[in-house]
Design a protein around this ligand. Sequence first.
Ligand code: PEP
Ligand code: MG
Length: 577
Amino acid sequence: MLSLFGAGIGRGIAIGKAYVLRNSDIEIPQFQIESNEVRGEIERLNNAIKATQQSYQELVRNLPKSAPKESAAFIEAHTLMLRDPVLVNETKKIIRAERINAEHALQTQANNLIQVFDAMEDAYLRAKQEDVQHVTNRVLRKLLGIVSHNLDQFNHEDLKGRVIIAKDLSPAETLFIKDRKVASFVTDLGSQISHTAVAARSLKLPAVVGLHGSTKYIQEDDLLIVDGMRGIIIVNPDALVLKEFKALQNRIRKREKQLFNLTRKTSKTLDGERIHLMANVETAQELKEVKRVNAGGIGLYRTEYLFMNRAQAPSEQEQFKAYKRMVTAIDKPVVIRTLDIGGDKQLTFGYPDKLSSESPLGLRAVRLCLNHVDLFKPQLRAILRASAFGKVSLMIPMVSNMDEVNQVVSLIKQTKSELKQEGIAFDSRIKIGAMIEVPAAAIMADLFAKKFDFLSIGTNDLIQYTLAIDRVDDAVNYLYDPIHPAVLQMIRQTIGACRRAGIPVSLCGEMAGNVRYTRLLLGLGLRHFSMDATYILDVKEHILGTDTQKLNYWVGKISRAETPSAARDYLTQLNKS
Ligand code: PEP
Ligand code: MG
């Protein structure tokens, strides 16, 4: 028995036999060519690129219906790389200058690019090197006539219930293995923010990435336990461990079934307070879970996922279709948040350099949108158009001052009047809200509450900005504290401001879906929660067992705690009470 550790993706545990893919291990021949062979070699490269482009097109055509909408965009980004002169022309130059074979020249240039990406500080750009190798491998396989290692050629039975072990997997391959009902996957490379991880998460596939040496330590048919929550792989577990994990898996399944009984139950506390539970979504793929748990609607639709991993911004029409699909599929209120790009969420298409700073304090979210109205306006039009098809609200992320707010409001007004003039339908009374995630906005919540129809507290960022800790920096992760009294004071203050202004307020950060904080948030006066749909029933269960009249004592103690450990102790007492 052997335990390996990497970065976990998704919730849940998978148990299955290993299916080791060796498709990344391509032997690359290296030989000199004569000057009269240069043309032929370049021709061979061109043909291989053309064939690879065709295979990508085929991949898009055969995408399963269940594949997320972004899948085609992932593949499109790879296709574009095949036309990139930095990869193609430079490879040809190497063939000419060094008189070497196409395979070797291509890998040499790919290595050059990989080195450039590898040196980048930004984790997202660094992850781009994986894309370069994926595309290069595909062309190399065509050059070398290797046809047997594409996942799309495997039949369903081969992969069903298996744990795929690979040096790396592309997002497209991830979609294919999901469609073939694999249990999980483990890769040597990749990070939790890679495209593959994004795809896996939205497909609800537990996995572990960045487990260096997986292909070295895991053999075909080894029995594996993959714990996606903790990032642990157990290879050939002994009988006792296997029994324990199977029992754990059963407990998770049983609990899910039990919780399912709560779907039709009204979300109400013991003392009769109605609590609204909405879902956070990134893609339409998640709608199934939203419906399964009978969420009260979508409290946060993170539209930026529609803009990522692609060569161009989605057009107004494409956005309209995506938003309309979300709105009509659910037939419940949907809060569409405008583009929140910047910081750790970067665009990949060719916008002006430094469009979005990687600093969380930089040109992010509404700041970026107001600086690039050409990006913002089509989105506003698309959201307004979608509002004709259901109960849509529009939400602005990261507002920090009133000038910003006024600019957004007047832009929305202007967009509405343009649509009216063009005779295009929209909900003229669409509710406009803002996220409270900058401390300045929380402190001035009374002012913001007067200006908007609703507010939503984004604790992920509010905590990062209040406590001055970068939410993606491992080194200061231990300081990320949702129950820091300063944070709680801002939440309380925002809720109070909304009560005074007579508008609803929700909380849509990760905190909303963590049952440890359910009672605390209820005690602070929160009545609208929005979270990943998979947590809704857990939270509902806690709500059903809580009497809001009995929370004051411990919530007061936590809010005044002098140290984090004291706050944690009081929280434990609150949850036991
Ligand atoms: C938040 O900051 O709490 C939030 C919900 O927004 P995001 O996680 O998308 O930044
Ligand atoms: Mg945020």
